[in-house]
Design a protein around this ligand. Structure first.
Ligand SMILES: Nc1ncnc2c1ncn2[C@@H]1O[C@H](COP(=O)(O)OS(=O)(=O)O)[C@@H](OP(=O)(O)O)[C@H]1O
Ligand SMILES: [Mg+2]
Length: 397
């Protein structure tokens, strides 16, 4: 993140027709900071690094790091004000919008190739309604403060700029083309509690996840194995990243050099992860599987579970939503590639790969299972047996 100079309004005001500059100058004014090179140069740079998505990866890391900075500031306010015990969720709303605007800004500034498509939860409809002025003002201030404090860009959003940035590239994803997939704050309940959450960003190319980054501001950098989300190490803030065919890395969110993520090779009795919230995953079902595997659960919020699994803190992640819940692609896209590029496997409860090409939802069978290649066959059998038993018990009622 580079130091800022005088800040320009964003988006820039339109030029009066009488003095409209040349198209090259207009392009420069629209993007006051130096842009990346031509697509051809980008391709050469990417090939030199051996990663065909090198430019996108760098942009994605920068985007989630900046968004995480904004979320950290809001979470600190929430924890200090004790708001998490009340029904007032507006700070989360402000952070959700703020995170989306910053990610979208960075991607548009740093990745210049092709149309911009973003699959994410927020749009501007609610913010355009009467009574939303105050929250819009808060979002605008917070976004501008984050940009200015980090010195990341030389711009300042107007309120109208904020509204149009939220809708920029709004998309439902799908099987063709490139789509960014964002979870602005994954693990909202953990965020409110002052616990784990993640900013999760992935890139789909022709329906496949080709890149994923997970910023986990509260995840310890050392292993959390058997510690329910905490570790004895002091340093927190982990940034996981992975590109298809290139492996996964973990580094500290404040910029220490990346390390390769260990491949998953923990023994059968290593701990396993599941959702903190029992409303999000059936703890009774995972409990019966854990008995087979002699593994106690570690309950942490968000896709931080995928990151922790990828670096070998545990060997299994099980997630069994209650009947009728449809999993969204942004809850799994980034996390799943971090695990698969670390040598793990992520499937549904039928053993099928997750299919991210069907739009905003995953079309999957009963649940998500992530583990290493050695454990998957026996785990899948344990899961299917446990589901069968649960269904039989339910049919007897
Ligand atoms: N009923 C139900 N069943 C299953 N899943 C649900 C349900 N409700 C929500 N969600 C989604 O769960 C996301 C949070 O992820 P986790 O369940 O891993 O984290 S947590 O332990 O619940 O905090 C959470 O992501 P965020 O909304 O981004 O926090 C939701 O997308
Ligand atoms: Mg989520």
């Amino acid at each position: 993140l580079t130091p800022s100079r005088a800040r320009l309004p964003y988006p820039p005001p339109p030029f009066p027709t009488c003095c409209r500059p040349s198209s090259a100058a207009a392009a420069h004014a629209a993007h006051p900071l130096p842009r990346r090179g031509s697509p051809r140069l980008l391709a050469v740079r990417a090939m030199a690094s051996g990663n065909p998505y090198a430019a996108e990866l760098a942009a994605a890391k920068k985007a989630v790091t900046l968004a995480a900075r904004l979320c950290q500031a809001v979470q600190q306010d929430i924890v200090h004000s004790g708001i998490q015990s009340k029904a007032d969720k507006s700070p989360v709303t402000v952070a959700d919008y703020g995170s989306q605007i910053l990610v979208s800004l960075v991607l548009k500034m740093e990745v210049s190739t092709g149309p911009f498509s973003l699959v994410a939860e927020e749009d501007s409809e609610e913010l355009r309604k009467d009574g939303a002025e105050e929250i819009l003002e808060e979002i605008t201030d917070l976004v501008n403060e984050t940009i200015s404090d980090t010195g990341s860009y030389n711009i300042s959003f107007t309120k109208e700029g904020i509204l149009s940035a939220i809708d920029d590239g709004k998309s439902k994803g799908g099987p063709s083309g490139r789509h960014w997939v964002l979870d602005t704050i994954d693990g909202t309940k953990g965020f409110l509690r002052g616990d784990q959450y993640a900013v999760a960003l992935a890139l789909l190319d022709e329906g496949k996840v080709v890149l994923g980054v997970l910023a986990c501001p509260n995840l310890p950098l050392s292993s959390i194995s058997n510690q329910n989300g905490s570790s004895s190490g002091d340093q927190v803030g982990a940034l996981f990243s992975a590109t298809i065919g290139c492996g996964a890395e973990v580094e500290s969110l404040d910029g220490s050099p990346p390390q390769n993520v260990c491949s998953i090779d923990n023994p059968v009795n290593a701990s396993f992860f599941e959702s903190y919230e029992s409303a999000h995953s059936m703890h009774d079902l995972t409990g019966s599987i854990a008995e087979v595997h002699k593994t106690p659960p570690v309950r942490i919020d968000s896709q931080a579970k995928y990151g922790a699994l990828a670096r070998g803190d545990g060997a299994i992640y099980l997630r069994f939503p209650h009947k009728g819940y449809k999993e969204k692609i942004w809850d799994h896209a980034a996390g799943s590639i971090v695990v698969t590029e670390s040598g793990g496997i992520v499937t549904d409860a039928a053993g099928n790969d997750l299919d991210f090409s069907k739009g905003r939802f995953l079309d999957l069978d009963t649940g998500v299972i992530a583990t290493n290649k050695q454990l998957m066959p026996s785990l899948l059998k344990a899961v299917q047996d446990a589901i069968k038993e649960k269904n039989q018990a339910a049919s007897l009622l």
